[in-house]
Design a protein around this ligand. Structure first.
Ligand code: ZN
Ligand code: ZN
Length: 406
């Protein structure tokens, strides 16, 4: 073992207990959304103590901390490698029912394990800081709020925080813990599409209201909206390859207020999922065409609003191979390649659209539970295995070191 590896190993294990304590402390102050004053301040303090260059986001709770490698001091910025490591900090608006002694009491919950991500990245920061003089490049720690549907990463990107080290990093890595589905300690990902895109379409059909007994004197928007819902499912099966699948769900239809009154308008809201960037865009275009066509066919008009949320999370092939190699070296036998992408979405996708990188899942199943039946992420009963924290730190550290020590 080289002295660098020894120092990393000893720093991570010396900090192990403190990271468990930090995770449990953060677990008790969960904050959902984009504004996480207590959480972000607590995590920021850890990076400030390591004397890093910190750039705060202005509009939301988030920051980027830059660790400069000692061996890179004389290398021009353009030539020295820069690695980004990311953790999300937000919780869910879920009342915790885990029964843990240190469960949250404030009505919100770290049900998705982002408290693990924060403690894991702090452990990684301490270890990388310990070997900073030997690094040939820089590490960017990207701490964001609002992963759970709030577009948090985008806010930091809009404020220029991806370039906090002076330019865009060369590699980006992130991980997510799972409370079930794989035996604890399993590390998994796949090249190419890893997680679905997630977008919303809102269609407002404009007709002309009237008396329910005389539809011929009105222009009823309700059957038009109903046809949009059923035809959207026909479109999915007729226009999209079953091996490049999409999901369309209409979760809300709102029109009128009385049985005998034809309303002026009807509104339908759809959620869309896809697994390739091209299909994601084609799905929106096809649905717009379908909705406008159906509205016109019945003499009504419609407005179609596209709300793009998260792109497909795409792991770059070479970076995924690197992730698998690093994992196999650090944790022999624990790497498993995922056969299929996951239907959930991630705003790490926004970073991967700009920087080549990879995202991994780390199983952190409560040792008292069975991975096949344990409550999954987002459940009020979800619990996680603290002992995986050091693995999270180790994985992030090794991913950075492989790019910064050659
Ligand atoms: Zn989540
Ligand atoms: Zn999450």
């Amino acid at each position: 073992m080289s002295s660098l590896t020894e120092l990393v190993t000893s720093t991570i294990s010396e900090n192990a207990e403190e990271m468990v304590a930090l995770r449990r402390e953060l677990h008790q102050i969960p904050e959902p959304g984009l504004h996480l004053p207590q959480t972000a301040a607590r995590v920021r303090r850890e990076f400030a103590e390591l004397d890093m260059e910190i750039t705060d986001a202005n509009e939301v709770s988030g920051f980027v901390a830059v660790l400069r490698g000692g061996k890179a001091a004389k290398t021009p910025l353009a030539e020295r490698p820069i690695v980004l490591l990311r953790a999300d900090m937000d919780a869910l608006p879920v009342a915790e029912e885990s029964g843990l002694r240190w469960a949250s009491q404030n009505g919100a919950m770290h049900g998705c394990g982002h408290d693990m991500h924060m403690a894991g990245i702090v452990g990684a920061a301490r270890a990388l800081h310990a070997v900073r003089e030997q690094l040939t490049g820089d590490v960017v720690f990207f701490l964001q709020p609002g992963e759970e549907g709030w577009d948090g990463a985008q806010h930091l990107i809009d404020e220029g925080l991806l370039e906090a080290a002076g330019r865009l990093p060369d590699h980006a890595y992130g991980l997510h813990v799972w409370s079930a589905q794989f035996p604890t300690g399993t590390i998994t990902a796949r090249p190419g599409p890893l997680m679905a895109s997630s977008d919303t379409m809102v269609v407002r059909v404009h007709g002309r209201g009237g008396h329910g007994s005389a539809p011929h004197k009105a222009l009823d928007p309700v059957p038009v909206a109903a046809e949009m819902v059923t035809q959207s499912h026909v479109l999915v099966t007729r226009e999209f390859d079953i091996f490049d699948p999409v999901v369309v769900t209409c979760g809300s239809v709102v029109a009128g207020s009385a049985a005998n009154v034809i309303p002026d308008h009807a509104t339908a809201k759809f959620t869309l999922r896809a697994f390739t960037p091209e299909t994601r865009l084609r799905l929106m275009d096809s649905l717009s065409r379908l909705f406008e066509g159906i509205a016109a066919a019945h003499g009504t008009t419609c407005e179609v609003e596209e709300r793009k949320l998260y792109p497909v999370t795409v792991n770059q092939a070479e970076e995924t191979e690197y992730l698998a190699d690093i994992t196999e070296k650090a944790f022999p036998g624990r790497w498993t390649e995922l056969e299929q992408p996951v239907g959930a979405s991630e705003d790490f996708s926004k970073i991967l659209e700009r920087i080549p990188g990879a995202y991994a899942f780390v199983a952190a199943v409560d040792p008292e539970k069975d991975f096949e039946t344990a409550a999954f992420n987002h459940s009020p009963f979800a619990t996680y295995d603290d002992s995986v924290l050091t693995d999270c730190s180790r994985l992030l550290v090794d991913l950075a070191l492989g790019r910064l020590t050659s």
